[in-house]
Ligand binder design. Structure first.
Ligand code: NDP
Length: 298
């Protein structure tokens, strides 16, 4: 497929993948499809068989896998699995580039980088936003952070996995990006579900309402972008209107929800924040100015 056999001989086109679960297998297949000489290792050896049939070399141990390639991609279940496998390979990682695509926290990524550097390896942390069948397409987004030289050297290779972006030398930043992206989805979607409750409680058709919202969602990208700029500069022009005008709606929003037995906790939070900003003399500012009150809340 695509660029098969365009990789140079020697070690430059060699990649090892540690962890051949659903995601590691998908990654291995994409590398094979692009002509990389790919070695795979998995704790449970039977999972390697389909990849061996597809052209991968199977390593008997993680150490053998690490030794096989200059670039070692790690895709295990979690941080504990990474610690166990890295602990078992130890000295073999010297001189290698480790690209860890296992989900985990910014703190784990920074600790992994320290460990790798202490063992003579370069470390790049990556996170995968997408499902295994879509690996190798632009629908899968992969933020990376950590060693700049490792990213520069292997950027072309990593590009075959999906839409990639480099988030700087702090190894934790790919995980920050991942956590923040996931958090935005959950913050929006739980609010959306509460609103569907409201629509249903009033006898509306939730599916039809969802379709209308899907249509009006096009208004959000410019709003998100301008709010990001407002937060960065600390200058908060009216966005959804001024806070003075927006706040006048809040009692009705809360009262409506309560009248049909729908959760109103977030609306009460919004009202409380708006009132504090207005009391502080910021009533002419926009919704983005609530950001100024969010430090230290939990
Ligand atoms: P799987 O459960 O399919 O595979 C997990 C892999 O981790 C297997 O290779 C398993 O080996 C290995 N493993 C677990 N514990 C250990 C251990 N202690 N020592 C050695 N190997 C171990 O998960 P996925 O492949 O789907 O996920 C891998 C990573 O990708 C995760 O961090 C996940 O969050 C992330 N991801 C997955 C997505 C998905 O949709 N699948 C989407 C986005 C990210 P064994 O076969 O022996 O059990």
């Amino acid at each position: 497929m695509t660029q098969a056999n365009h990789r140079p001989a020697g070690t430059a086109g060699r990649i090892t993948v540690l962890g051949l679960g659903d995601m590691g297998s998908a990654i291995t297949r994409v590398f094979l499809d692009h002509g990389y000489r790919t070695t795979g290792w998995n704790r449970t050896a039977s999972k390697s068989a389909p990849l061996a049939a597809a052209g991968a070399t199977v390593a008997a141990t993680a150490t053998e896998g690490v030794a096989a390639s200059p670039l070692v991609v790690i895709c295990l279940l979690d941080g504990t699995a990474v610690d166990e496998v890295m602990g078992s390979v130890e000295a073999a990682v010297a001189g290698k580039v480790l690209v860890n695509l296992t989900s985990g926290s910014p703190g784990q990524a920074r600790a992994n980088e320290r460990w790798a550097n202490e063992h003579g390896a370069e470390y790049l942390d990556g996170k995968i936003m997408g499902d295994p069948p879509y690996v190798g397409t632009p629908h899968v987004v992969l933020p990376f952070s950590g060693s700049r030289s490792a990213f520069a050297t292997h950027e072309q290779t990593l590009q075959v996995l999906g839409s990639i972006a480099y988030h700087g030398t702090d190894a934790g930043m790919a995980a920050v990006e991942f956590m923040a992206q996931v958090a935005v989805a959950y913050e929006l979607l739980i609010g959306f579900l509460h609103v569907l409750r409201l629509v249903q409680a009033e006898g509306g058709d939730v599916a039809e309402f969802a379709e209308r919202i899907a249509g009006s969602a096009a208004a959000y990208p410019p709003l998100l972008t301008s709010m990001g700029k407002a937060v960065r500069t600390g200058d908060h022009p009216p966005d959804l209107g001024s806070l003075d005008v927006q706040a006048a709606l809040m009692d009705d929003m809360i009262g409506h929800r309560e009248s049909v037995g729908v959760e109103a906790v977030r609306m009460r939070e919004v009202k409380e924040l708006m009132e504090r900003r207005i009391a502080g003399g910021h009533g002419a500012q926009g919704f983005s100015s609530l950001f100024e009150l969010l430090a230290g809340r939990s």
